[in-house]
Design a protein around this ligand. Sequence first.
Ligand SMILES: Nc1ncnc2c1ncn2[C@@H]1O[C@H](COP(=O)(O)OP(=O)(O)OP(=O)(O)O)[C@@H](O)[C@H]1O
Ligand SMILES: [Mg+2]
Length: 349
Amino acid sequence: MHLLSLDSVSRDFDVSRPWLNRVLEREPRRILRAVDHVSFEISKGETLALVGESGCGKSTVARLIAGLYAPTEGHIAFSGSRLQMIFQDPYASLNPRWRVRKIIAEPMLFLKVQRPVEQFLLQVGLSADDAERYPHEFSGGQRQRISIARALAGEPDLLICDEPTSALDVSVQAQILNLMADLQDRLGLTYLFISHNLAVVSLVADRVGVMYLGRIVELAPASRLFSSPRHPYTRMLLDAVPDLAMSGKSRTPVAGEVPNPLAPPSGSASTRAARTRTHAARSRCPASATASPATPSKKAAFLSDRGKGGQDPFLQKGAGSLWVERDPRKRVKRGVRPFFQEKGPDPFS
Ligand SMILES: Nc1ncnc2c1ncn2[C@@H]1O[C@H](COP(=O)(O)OP(=O)(O)OP(=O)(O)O)[C@@H](O)[C@H]1O
Ligand SMILES: [Mg+2]
């Protein structure tokens, strides 16, 4: 039994101009699909990370799960009784007029339980005296600790962390990530961890879902996703991560623009990614996108070639620093499909 499961959840926003403008200028309604048929499950005690570029719909997924938005389509099932959110901005998410004691006690009022606030402060590495101080007296990292203490006070079954470390200095990020991992071990917490930073995700996640334009394009255990990413978009993101291990691997910045979600490029999620990042990608995926899996030997060649020089044999270097697809149809023949899920059929076998 999963703690949380999302079944083909979508969410549209109506971003049309006012009625009178539309009538006078004969404009149709404009609907933005922020989340597009997203499905995943989270089991108790696990950390699932969602990664993707700005605007791909990560926070909308979080708000759908928290019940702040209703899904336009699909179904969300949560078998726990409480969930809590930790937000990106530790400055804006704490009430500046309340002392820390009141901030942390607030979820307990709702639960009608009384536990000492100091206990939660010590759990997150703050001191008992901090209960009498105001949020502005703390640094960003300390404020995020207060946010975590407040979340813990709500005794959550699931913690949704929406970019919890993005506003923090790198060294403080590491402290907060360590704290979250430590709390997970001690209290058996379950996290949905949202980030745009693959390096951060690699430290915390058991499984990773990569989002692009509202869709999950690849969902796999973290070790598999980082060692042999299958989707071109995942590879693109991974190639852009700075090489801190100094292994000599070249870094390829993600090229092109994030497309406008109001006018998404046509084609499957894989060619959409390619269209906005490369010159030569085609406008539509061939109809056979889900057919023709490759033979195992091709898979081996594919992965080993990639391992040698970080080069994908199906991509060639184009003008500037862009990777262009020589023939997208070839890629499809080799079984790259718009969505890869670990438990689904392996497109390469
Ligand atoms: N309430 C809303 N009304 C209209 N459009 C919205 C609303 N909330 C989100 N969107 C749109 O949905 C898309 C996804 O937004 P979302 O905040 O989920 O992105 P994100 O992946 O969290 O980005 P970031 O990494 O920058 O936080 C964006 O194009 C955004 O403009
Ligand atoms: Mg967001």
